[in-house]
Design a protein around this ligand. Structure first.
Ligand code: PFF
Length: 449
């Protein structure tokens, strides 16, 4: 068998894992949740969720991946005392594939908006609600856009871990961070900067209910891309002397910072123009284009550049996350079935590409075709984000805390006792008691709610 791939550098590993985590969830979902759920009070709760629930699960995935140096299914098979636990790996691979099928559709939207913005279609007085509706309803445009994104992801993944994924992340992640920085500088000049930042940060503890706290936990889980085989697969490419705890903290810090900074870009513009900050896709694809235009009426070209950069930012965030969904499935197929990496990647791209066509059409020409009252797109989102991901999180925590040999976790987290012996004990306590309990609470709450 050929030598297993490795990242060329530690920074490369951090950038790749952070690229998987930083995605559309950071840029549209987090800021709106913060703004409407108590500002800084929500951020504090979110930080606690990341530290005490998300990070322990992330470290568990790192331990499992790096120790076995295998794809998610192979890793669980090696460590599990019986076959049933291998299913945790299987569900990670399945969920990554399913998320890829609809995530790539939204990535396609960001690509379309990037091109539209460059072509000057997002400037001036325009009905952006109709613009978005026409685009989605056209059917062929979103399909073409998602297939193009799938092709881009394929080209990166097929080149391999070091030459493809690490190289691309080393360009895309710094570019993403630079763009966020430039956009924030632009936001300073807006008249609504103060008000926007106040809306985002003013702590209002009266808004923090059990619902809000559980929402924060769900968001932290989604944002860190836990329980879908990606982090576990990426960790299998870390070198033996990579410090897992440090890497985990770095990834979580980059992910959380991008989420908070995105709020500094979005809300000043929203308040400058004085619109109601809506939620999800409508905020990003309908409200923001007109907001960016109007925020810079005196200097139209600044608005043009600002909105162009914003959509490039979204596009980069989406693409790196899509890569992190593709890789675990490709690694599994090529390692477990003996297919070459090229063929495995092709199968994943073609399979997910085909299903993504149906997802894209389900919002346009096929929107009347409903399953359990949902379009195919919404069904994929619901089943993966609300059901399979939390279940996976619970099982990973229980596996790492209760089932797996304690010695393995010790060796991996402390690099054979070199550091963090106290942190190891804290991790073990959190992963045994706190993470599973908290995730079960979110799961039950989301199902009942
Ligand atoms: N973490 C990504 C985001 O915040 O947008 C979303 C995501 C990607 C979730 C991949 C889950 C996943 F498997």
């Amino acid at each position: 068998m050929s030598e297993r791939a490795r990242f060329g550098s530690k920074l490369g590993g951090v950038l790749v894992a952070a690229g998987g985590a930083v995605g559309l969830g950071n840029i549209w979902r987090f800021p709106t949740e913060v703004g409407s759920n108590g500002g800084a009070a929500f951020i504090l709760i979110y930080l606690a969720c990341v530290l005490f629930v998300g990070l322990p699960v992330m470290l568990s995935e790192f331990i499992i991946g790096r120790h076995t140096r295998k794809n998610a299914i192979g890793a669980f098979r090696q460590l599990a005392p019986n076959r049933l636990w291998t299913l945790v790996g299987t569900q990670g691979i399945v969920v990554a594939f399913l998320i890829l099928c609809y995530y790539i559709v939204v990535s396609g939207w960001t690509a379309f908006y990037t091109v539209s913005s460059a072509a000057g279609l997002l400037t001036g007085e325009r009905d952006f609600s109709a613009f978005f509706a026409n685009f989605v309803a056209s059917g062929w445009m979103p399909v073409a856009a998602s297939l193009l994104c799938m092709a881009a992801v394929h080209v990166v993944v097929v080149r391999g871990v070091k030459e493809g994924i690490e190289r691309a992340s080393k360009i895309m992640m710094p570019a993403l961070l630079l763009i966020i920085g430039l956009l924030i500088v632009g936001s300073f000049s807006m008249s609504g900067f103060r008000e926007g930042v106040e809306f985002l940060l003013k702590p209002d503890f009266s808004k923090v209910t059990v619902d809000v706290a559980l929402g924060a936990l769900g968001q932290s889980f989604y944002s860190l891309s836990l329980a879908m085989g990606g982090l576990c697969t990426y960790a299998s490419y870390f070198s033996r002397d990579t410090n897992l705890v440090k890497t985990g903290f770095s990834v979580a810090s980059v992910d959380t910072s991008v989420a908070v900074l995105a709020g500094f870009v979005i809300f000043p513009a929203v308040f400058t123009v004085g619109v109601n900050p809506g939620m999800g896709p409508s905020l990003v694809f309908i409200t923001l284009p007109s907001v960016f235009n109007m925020a810079f009426t005196q200097m139209a070209w600044v608005g043009y550049v600002f909105s162009g950069m914003f959509y490039v930012l979204l596009f980069l965030a989406a693409l790196t996350s899509a890569i992190s969904l593709h890789e675990p499935v490709t690694a599994y197929l090529s390692e477990e079935t003996g297919l070459s990496r090229r063929t495995a990647a092709r199968l994943v791209s073609m399979g997910a590409g085909l299903i993504s066509i149906a997802c894209a059409l389900s919002l346009g020409p096929w929107k009347d075709f409903l399953i359990a009252g949902m379009t195919l797109f919404d069904l994929f989102d619901f089943v993966t984000a609300k059901i399979i991901l939390p279940l996976g999180g619970i099982f990973i925590a229980v596996f790492a805390g209760w089932v797996m040999d304690r010695r393995i976790a010790w060796d991996e987290l402390t690099n054979q006792g070199k550091h963090y012996t106290l942190l190891f004990r804290i991790w073990r306590f959190l992963v045994r008691w706190v993470s599973p309990t908290a995730i079960i609470a979110v799961f039950v709450h989301e199902l009942l709610g």
